[in-house]
Design a protein around this ligand. Sequence first.
Ligand SMILES: Nc1nc2c(c(=O)[nH]1)N[C@H]1C(S)=C(S)[C@@H](COP(=O)(O)OP(=O)(O)OC[C@H]3O[C@@H](n4cnc5c(=O)[nH]c(N)nc54)[C@H](O)[C@@H]3O)O[C@H]1N2
Ligand SMILES: Nc1nc2c(c(=O)[nH]1)N[C@H]1C(S)=C(S)[C@@H](COP(=O)(O)OP(=O)(O)OC[C@H]3O[C@@H](n4cnc5c(=O)[nH]c(N)nc54)[C@H](O)[C@@H]3O)O[C@H]1N2
Ligand code: SF4
Ligand SMILES: [Mo]
Length: 726
Amino acid sequence: MGTPSGRKTVHTFCRYCLASCGVDVTVEDNRATKISADKQNPHSWHDFCAKGRTAAQLVEHPRRILTPMRRVGDSYVEATWDEAITDIAARMNAVIDADCPDAVGVYYGNPSGFSSSNIIFMNGWLDAVGTRSRYFVGSIDQNAMHVVAAAMYGSILMAPVSDIDNCDYFLLVGTNPAVSAWNWLETVPGGWRRALARQSQGAQIVVVDPLRTESAQKADRHLAVRPGQDWALLLAMVKVILDEGLEHTEDCTELATGVSELRDLVAQADLDDLARRCDVDRYQIESVARDLAAAPRAMVVTRTGVSLHLAGTVAEWLGHVLNVITGRMDRPGGRRYEPGYVDAIKMSGMVKTSPHRNRLSGREMVAGAHALSELPAEITTVGPGQIRAMVINCGNPVVSGPDGARLDEALSQLDLLVAIDFVQRESHRHAHWLLPAVHWLERDDLLAFTSNMHDEPYLQYGAKAVEPPPGARQEWRIFVDLAIAMRKPLFRARGLNGFIGASRRVARLTGRPGLEFTPHWIDRLVVATGRKFNGRRIKWRDILAHPHGWVLGPREFGHFRRALRTPDKKVHAAPAEFVARTEELLAEPPPEAPVDYPFQLANRRHRHSMNSWLNELPGLHPAGKRNEVLLHPLDAATLGVGDGDPVKVFSAVGEIELTASLSERPRRGVVVVDHGWGSRVFDPRGGAEPVSFGVNRNLLVDAGPVDPLSQTSALSSCYVGVKPLT
Ligand SMILES: Nc1nc2c(c(=O)[nH]1)N[C@H]1C(S)=C(S)[C@@H](COP(=O)(O)OP(=O)(O)OC[C@H]3O[C@@H](n4cnc5c(=O)[nH]c(N)nc54)[C@H](O)[C@@H]3O)O[C@H]1N2
Ligand SMILES: Nc1nc2c(c(=O)[nH]1)N[C@H]1C(S)=C(S)[C@@H](COP(=O)(O)OP(=O)(O)OC[C@H]3O[C@@H](n4cnc5c(=O)[nH]c(N)nc54)[C@H](O)[C@@H]3O)O[C@H]1N2
Ligand code: SF4
Ligand SMILES: [Mo]
């Protein structure tokens, strides 16, 4: 809505996390002067937080990269896009000609999923190049869920959503929704508030977390599990339910296959042994299992606290198993499948990545990409397929992933490193080219492919609020231009490069920019082929007529079975590889800390941080703010450490120094350092000293051992030592 003073309000949604909060952006002279919750948004504004409120601070970041910048010696000089694309294309082609397409690699991080066009065109370019050197944030985040969804439901994208408002019993494992909002590969707007509303009506909330978190504090019960041992806790619950005949008979026979294999598996396990492994009292486990099975309506929710460990996939799987065997799938108060307005599963099935094993580890891709932990060796080990050129697209893997020091060293050895971001962060330190990206406030997005991750059929067009700086470009455009300059056919589709080039020329000659190909064409196509609501397909003009967002219909049950992509259309409750891995875990001795590293390092998120970014914004964190190490007072006493003392935290691969904060929140033997800190923000334009806050705790995580199923490192359970610094 415009006003005479040129001020307007744009209704859109925040794209920092999947909560997708509806926001009202006040715009004056192409500046976002105020961002507040859009209370007319029918679905998604309820988690609105200071990260969304201060989004303009990132747009106007004093160190923002505003034009492509090329490294010359130790500094950077500005360049045109033509110069950047021409140089990058030539250097990549040279690297490929000297070896093979796998010599060009990419790492894409979490924010790439919040643009409607980024990943599509990145894949189009990767296919054009023909490289399999694809690295993705999945191995430090959600791979366990993808692996479980593929094996149990037949598609990596089949993520069940939570029906909170009907739930009587919440078993929340490894998640802190009071801080992180109810989102991972699903989102329930205001989910935690809604769960608490159910609690006030009599629902029970059980939180499983080594830390007494903000969520655990409000819960009816808190089980302070030993980090990385959720698999033992959840297996014990499955055992209690099956041994005591508390399972949902119909779903165990009609909906699922594999329940007899589960019975065989739990027959091999001993409750006291499992209780020892996870260090939760056996009677507590039994009573939670019985309560879960007996509750009229219930759900189990597992998240990153479960998955970022060496046994993360087994634990994730057992969380799903509990839902299946207690009859919670596709029933009110449990987990349902939301078809959304486009069939993302079907569309993802059309994208075929050919299987590939990494040349050194021999491991297959998970969800279309290799594990971040393998990247350093793939860069530094000489031989055919050695990665010599990389693009980092929306990521900060040196800080977010394991053993960042090793990755940093490897990145320094590349012939070519290209970073696409707003500012130059830690992982972009050695970049030869910095390419300026466009922020969501400056970009239109239709996030059709995550529409089935919302807890109701919901659609909003994420309109841009302000124009991007003239020198910034969206990622899709960069990948298209690179493919054209490299003379490689985008998506391996002959003629597409020529068609896009022709559309650009026609637009220029006719003065009609609308004739130029953009991803908007794809958005229109996706909507035109989407699902029907009330007997008719959604029209583009209907979408524009709902600027606050649009709830397309009620939450429906019954879609889950139809959506299953397993050949027999059943849930596979006991995939053989999960059973085998569990047997391996059962055969291992119970966990014991190495003498030199007696603590386990867990992790926390903060309401006002977003993984490794936003920490530097003044509106979110006062200058000088840093992370600290939380120590249980009894542990601190044995170390002779007092509150506020400087300490060293060390592991076999690294050491960091921070301040001790004594707290009874962590269980004994667990120390907590928030991830995402210690990333430098450089100043390639001004040449001033880098700024950084806190230290990178992932420097302590050994990248060697991984969960064999998801290829995830022990990001939230590695062993460390602590000593006072005097
Ligand atoms: N120990 C430990 N480690 C963890 C976790 C944990 O719980 N514990 N959590 C893990 C999880 S869940 C995740 S998702 C990962 C995150 O890991 P990553 O995705 O690798 O890293 P982020 O910290 O999200 O950094 C994102 C980068 O993208 C940039 N960016 C933001 N928006 C855009 C955009 O639109 N375009 C471009 N080009 N750039 C953009 C930001 O400036 C930032 O530099 O970290 C993981 N690491
Ligand atoms: N404010 C804010 N919100 C965010 C993000 C952010 O960085 N900041 N990140 C977004 C992203 S990318 C994601 S993936 C989601 C993640 O959402 P969540 O998975 O809910 O993330 P966390 O808040 O880190 O909660 C994980 C919890 O697991 C606990 N934990 C650690 N180890 C174990 C263990 O072995 N077992 C169990 N049971 N618990 C364990 C930790 O103590 C922590 O409380 O949040 C999203 N929302
Ligand atoms: S960062 Fe905050 S405002 Fe933005 S979508 Fe997530 S919860 Fe909502
Ligand atoms: Mo994440």
